[in-house]
Write a protein that binds this ligand. Structure first.
Ligand SMILES: Cc1ncc(C[n+]2csc(CCOP(=O)(O)OP(=O)(O)O)c2C)c(N)n1
Length: 1235
């Protein structure tokens, strides 16, 4: 600990004590007044004026006996009182306290040791009493919720454990709450001054202890348990106290009570009706937590009154149908029709009724304002909808320009077991205060039925409450007994007001029960017998509340009966109406309609993606420039060097990966498309290639993003470094992409491998969201991928997984006469999978995301070392108006020019192309080996593949991949190649695999093994290097090294020269300055006094200070358009129209024989034969594809060892070079430099 802290602490304490003593004296004086007032208030008419009555009598008796022995031993006010001296209140107040012998000295005056100096005399008991009362108040505020009466079943008490221990623990808790009770107080009627930290007194400053305890008990240990003392802001804690402590704060007017009952009646009535009509159907009823509907409605009412216009709801199964009917007011006949087993008349595979989404806009009668409500469709995976809802809400805030979250509110409904069990809850809550992810407060409601499926809380969580996860963000948590409707609705009201006032998260934990089993068909007595014995005896909360209101005279029983009947009639009418519904559309359950976007659009028309040279140069110029001089922005020297390199590229009209990406973003924002890139290191890029956000080197949090300053009317470009979460952040961005189609949202994984922690979002939202819920998303995932010896978890973005989730049929060859083949293929697949090799293709791929007439997720496997590969560059002409996205890049070299000479037609994808290019050159096989890049793997470019196969008539067909055989694209492309070949008359060749053998890990972690595998697969294709080749390569290498050394020496010399020049310049400037100063002095002498005007520098740019406004060009489709039904692609395959391909696979897929090990040579496989033993690709005879497992037993090929030695030497050289570099220089060619 910092010793100063201790001293500061002591000083504060001393000051505090002095203050306390001063207050003590003042307090004593006011006590007289207060006690008089209190006794006046409470006395009977014949009580006369005496204070010595009732609760005070004993206390005053004691004082009196003290005073009679020594009048100086009591306070002067009591002295005056007992001696009957007249003294006005004001004079008592004004009088300076006389320092008496017992008056406590100030801390500085106090003796050091009590042994030598006796303790100061004071009415210590009196002080202690007050301190203890304060402690008790604080204990109630902090821990009162532990003793609150929250469980309507009365089984699970505050501890969450069995009843027997509960009783004991409850007693113990209460004893703690009233900690000093037995020790000190023997008079509960004694008056106490209330501290400022409580509002239980209302207007009264003093209360008898009994009353204090009663009030605390009522506030903190009744049906509401308020957890808020972890909040560090006094202002916020006081606000909470105002909402719960103030006497009479929960005081509903009769009409409000009636409204609660009416809403409860609907909630219960809906479930009763469904239970009656569809007794055997799963509906995940709300019974036992019926109050959730009035709670949600109260939140919407209050928020709407406070200005909220749009509410985004995320919830799971429990009570969902009830929410749709009674909160969102979805026509009940449509909900009921879902029970009738209808077939959808539009496309899509649909989802179960309790997962479907909804969008509605209606007048809120309580506020008389319109409100839009969205329930986001969700998968069974509990809680994964949370980040999606948050992202969607945040996006709507952006498009509305609602930067404080005043108009948009996210509300998440949770189950108790899932709230504490699922990690995504923590990840989502943890985003709540992050500038780029905050929703300015989310209201969480837990429908806590005290059981998860069949598991008791004691076995499903270690935390006391299921809501403890929310404590990490200091959200106030209101636990409330579900059977006290007014307490629940009060909590809802406070939550809405809290969110409106503070824009922070808040939680309502409605503690209820589940009247039925997990679903209606379940028998809960199997697993929770005691609980359900109680539940069976329990009256429904609605009935109990109706009886209470009747007793209180708020309504008559007949009124309630009428209410129930009325709602039953509504249900019955809807039921009859629902029978008339013979068909339904999945699109009627869409949660994110983009009506204006689809209307009148030709979905198969793809807008051009190329742009003119002038635009590129404009963007390139700004992107390669440091912040304008007036910003006085200090840029890192390494960045200046990078900017210099960018500038050179602009001059040479050539783009690297970073420039290609920047061109895409720059041109999109120019067109009014809002671009957002989010992920763990996206500002700089994991491999340090991006640097979109520059950081001021001497000022904190001053940043500059040149792509935000391209055009005055451009759309905003947001670059968001995220929390270290993949799941919640990807979910958030998925939601963000759903709000408005005129947005390009990119999520980048640090390494593609880490996307697997976001798998539920990928599986349930991105891969299948459109099919299940007809909801589109154009989200783009960047997954850095390639085998570069970086180990098993830094190599593979798992292409195979994404391809396996692709829904295009491997046996369906597209109609080659279709003029819209490309767009139709894209429209009919669930997502696009690319593994690109050029910056221009990245540019077109990103722009195409927006140019399409629909939205599809793009899964792009992005490069690592290729980011800076000298060959991975595109000339500006590849971006121009005549250019477009290339699904496949053919060989345009010697092989392409003379296809008949080609022996090997090698298809590949991604970074391995550059390896092949180099090896082909080393082996001098440019004429005999054609390299064709499959840039878009899914949907498969059948037409282009077919062209290539036709072109190279006699070449062997090879699929080459660096991934292991059970990974990468092989299992996806193989059947599609077969289908293509089958289409070709007289074609007998088959596609042969060439790559690493199968492995359970995605790559080796051993560099030697990595290079040995690399050599083996390359040698397998190109054969061993000849001696001549080796000699030539050696010479080239030497030349390269020489050139590199020369270059580095030259740059060192230049740096030295620059430094010298700078020194000379500085010296010159110094001299000139001195000269000038001399001259100035002279001038001053001559001209007399001359004042200098202050110069105003333009403000430095900051990252967050001025969030960019949405461009007028970016039409906020979701925000501004009326909520009309969307009509998704008519051409999209419907369930009814699907050909029965599953049952009749094409001959090409019939083979199910097991694959032979890759090391075993076998004859070429014919199309449709699969890879059965004996069917091994011919090329495999030449392959050396060492099994990883046997590799250590075998001697690694000599070439690999050579390479390792070379690599070691190279590494040494590299590190020596790096040492020579100046400290602040970045190492742009090392992809791992940043790690
Ligand atoms: C991620 C995930 N794990 C398991 C399940 C299976 N499941 C469905 S509901 C449920 C219980 C959820 O309990 P709780 O969150 O308390 O909600 P309740 O059903 O009690 O309303 C379980 C385990 C699931 N749907 N999703």
């Amino acid at each position: 600990m910092n010793p100063n802290q201790g001293r500061i602490g002591q000083a504060i304490l001393a000051q505090g004590l002095r203050h306390e003593y001063a207050r003590y004296n003042a307090g004593r004086r006011s006590l007289v007044i207060a006690s008089k007032l209190y006794s006046k208030k409470n006395r009977t008419p014949d009580d006369s004026d005496s204070l010595a009555n009732g609760s005070n009598a004993i206390y005053i008796d004691k004082l009196y006996s003290k005073w009679s022995k020594d009048p100086g031993s009591v306070d002067q006010s009591w002295d005056a009182y007992f001696s009957g001296k007249p003294r006005s209140i004001s004079s008592a107040r004004q009088r300076q306290p006389k320092k008496r012998k017992w008056q406590p000295a100030s801390v500085s005056e106090r003796p050091a040791s009590s042994a030598t100096n006796p303790a100061p005399q004071a009415d210590w008991k009196y002080i202690d009493d007050h301190l203890v009362v304060q402690a008790i108040i604080r204990a109630y505020q902090t821990r009162g919720h532990l003793a609150a009466d929250l469980d309507p079943l009365g089984i699970v008490g505050p501890t969450g454990h069995s009843p027997a221990t509960d009783d004991r623990k409850l007693q113990a808790t209460r004893a703690v709450l009233r900690q000093h009770y037995s020790y000190i107080f023997n008079d509960l009627n004694a008056l106490f001054k209330l501290p400022k930290s409580t509002l239980i007194g209302g207007d009264e400053e003093f209360l008898p202890l009994r009353e204090i305890l009663d009030r605390l008990e009522r506030v903190y240990c009744g049906h509401i348990g308020v957890e808020y003392m972890m909040i560090t802001s006094i202002h916020k804690s006081n606000w909470i106290r105002e909402q719960f402590e103030k006497p009479g704060v929960i005081n509903f007017k009769p009409e409000e009570k009636k409204l609660i009952l009416e809403r409860l009646t609907r909630s219960t009535g809906f479930e009763n009706f469904l239970a009656k009509k569809y007794s055997s159907e799963k509906r995940f009823g709300l019974e036992g937590c019926d109050i959730m509907i009035p709670v949600m409605k109260e939140i919407i009412d209050q928020s709407n009154k406070c200005g909220v216009e749009s509410v985004h709801i995320g919830m799971a199964h429990r009570g969902r149908l009830n929410v749709l009917a009674n909160v969102c007011r979805k026509p009940m006949k449509e909900i009921l029709s879902q029970f009738h087993g209808l077939r959808a008349s539009d496309w899509g595979s649909g989802d179960v009724k309790y997962h479907l989404g909804l969008f509605t806009e209606r007048l809120n009668r309580q506020s008389n304002k319109n409100v839009r409500i969205t329930v986001v469709a969700n998968p069974s995976h509990l809680e994964y909808v949370n980040p999606v809802v948050l992202g969607k809400a945040r996006a709507e805030m952006f498009h509305r320009g609602d930067y404080q979250g005043n108009k948009v509110l996210p509300m998440l409904i949770h189950g108790d077991a899932s709230f504490c069990g699922q990690g995504v809850v923590y990840e989502s809550i943890h985003m709540s205060d992050l500038p780029a992810y905050t929703t300015h407060g989310t209201i969480h409601v837990v429908s806590n039925n005290q059981v998860g499926f069949t598991t008791d809380p004691r076995f499903s969580r270690s935390s006391r409450y299921c809501t403890d996860v929310a404590r990490v963000v200091n959200a106030p948590i209101f636990h409330v007994n579900a059977d006290d409707p007014e307490a629940c609705v009060h909590c809802a009201r406070v939550a809405a007001l809290w969110r409106a006032k503070f824009h922070k998260d808040v939680v309502i934990d409605i503690v209820g029960y589940r009247r039925n089993g997990h679903n209606e068909a379940d028998e809960p007595m199997f697993t929770q017998p005691l609980m359900y014995q109680r539940i069976r005896k329990l009256k429904n909360c609605t009935v109990k509340y109706a009886e209470k209101l009747t007793r209180d005279g708020v309504i008559k029983m007949e009124e309630y009966t009428e209410m129930v009947k009325k709602y039953d009639n509504i249900c019955n009418e809807a039921f009859e109406e629902s029978k008339k519904i013979k068909t339904f559309k999945n699109s009627h359950w869409l949660d994110s309609p983009w009506s204006g976007y689809f209307q009148g659009r030709d979905r198969l028309r793809v807008c051009p993606t190329g742009v003119n040279l002038k635009t590129l140069q404009h963007i390139g110029e700004i992107y390669s420039s440091p912040p304008p001089a007036e910003h006085k922005f200090e840029v890192h020297k390494g960045i200046l060097r990078i900017l210099g390199l960018r500038k050179n590229m602009i001059k040479e009209k050539i783009a690297d990966w970073s420039l290609g990406e920047a061109f895409a973003i720059g041109t999109l924002v120019k067109d009014g498309i809002h671009v957002r890139i989010s992920g763990q290191d996206v500002e700089r890029g994991t491999f340090s290639h991006r640097h979109h956000v520059l950081h001021h080197q001497t000022k904190d949090n001053v940043r500059y993003n040149s792509l935000q300053h391209l055009y005055p009317d451009q759309a905003p470009y947001d670059v968001c470094n995220s929390s270290l979460s993949e799941c919640a952040i990807l979910g958030f961005e998925t939601g963000y992409s759903m709000a408005n189609p005129n947005t390009l949202v990119i999520w980048e994984a640090q390494f593609g491998d880490f996307a697997n922690t976001a798998q539920p979002i990928i599986d349930t939202f991105l891969a299948s969201g459109e099919t299940k819920w007809v909801r589109q998303s154009g989200l783009c995932m960047f997954l850095p991928h390639s085998m570069e010896g970086m180990g098993p978890e830094h190599s593979s973005g798992r292409i195979e997984r994404f391809l396996q989730l692709s829904d295009d049929d491997p046996d369906c060859f597209p109609d080659m006469c279709d003029a819209d083949l490309v767009a139709r293929q894209l429209m009919n697949t669930n997502w696009i999978v690319t593994n690109l090799t050029t910056p221009a293709n990245l540019f077109h791929a990103l722009r195409r995301q927006v140019a399409l007439g629909f939205r599809k997720p793009l899964i792009n496997f992005s490069p690592k070392s290729v980011l800076r590969h000298p060959k991975a560059r595109s000339p500006f002409r590849d971006f121009n108006e005549c250019s477009s996205f290339q699904r496949l890049i053919p060989d345009t070299g010697k092989a392409g020019e003379n296809p008949d000479c080609v022996k090997h037609l090698v298809f590949c994808s991604g970074k391995v192309y550059y390896d092949l290019l180099k090896e082909r050159e080393d082996h001098e096989q440019e004429s005999t080996c054609a390299l064709v890049r499959v840039e878009q793997i899914c949907p498969f470019p059948y037409d282009l593949i077919l062209e290539q196969i036709k072109k190279y008539k006699t070449a062997e067909l090879i699929w080459f991949q660096e991934e292991h055989k059970n990974q990468g694209a092989w299992s996806y492309i193989q059947p599609r190649f077969d289908t293509t070949i089958l289409k070709m008359e007289g074609e007998s060749r088959g596609i042969n695999y060439h790559g690493r053998p199968p492995n359970s890990a995605s790559s080796t972690g051993n560099k030697v093994q990595h290079y040995s595998q690399y050599d083996a697969i390359m040698t397998g294709l190109f054969g061993e290097l000849t001696e001549e080749n080796k000699k030539r390569i050696k010479e080239i290498k030497e030349q390269e090294q020489k050139a590199a050394v020369q270059q580095s020496e030259a740059s060192l010399a230049k740096a030295k020269q620059d430094k010298m020049k700078e020194g000379e310049k500085k010296a010159g400037e110094k001299k000139a300055g001195e000269k000038k100063a001399g001259e100035k002095k002279e001038g001053e002498k001559k001209e007399g006094e001359k004042k200098e005007g202050a110069k105003g520098a333009p403000p430095a740019p900051t990252g967050n200070a001025n969030p960019p406004k949405p461009s007028a060009k970016a039409a906020p489709a979701a925000a501004a358009e009326p909520p009309t039904e969307t009509s998704p692609s008519p051409a999209r395959k419907s369930l009814a129209a699907e050909p029965p391909t599953e049952t009749s696979p094409s001959p090409a897929r019939k083979s199910t024989a097991p694959e032979a090990p890759t090391t075993a040579p076998s004859p070429a496989r014919k199309p449709g034969q699969g890879s059965a033993p004996g069917n091994k690709p011919k090329l495999a005879q030449k392959e050396v594809t060492p099994s990883d497992k046997s590799n250590d037993k075998r001697e690694a090929p000599k070439r690999a060892a050579d390479r390792d030695n070379k690599q070691d030497k190279q590494d040494e050289n590299e590190s020596a070079k790096r040492l020579r570099k100046s400290e602040d220089e970045v190492t742009p060619n090392d992809p791992t430099s940043s790690l």
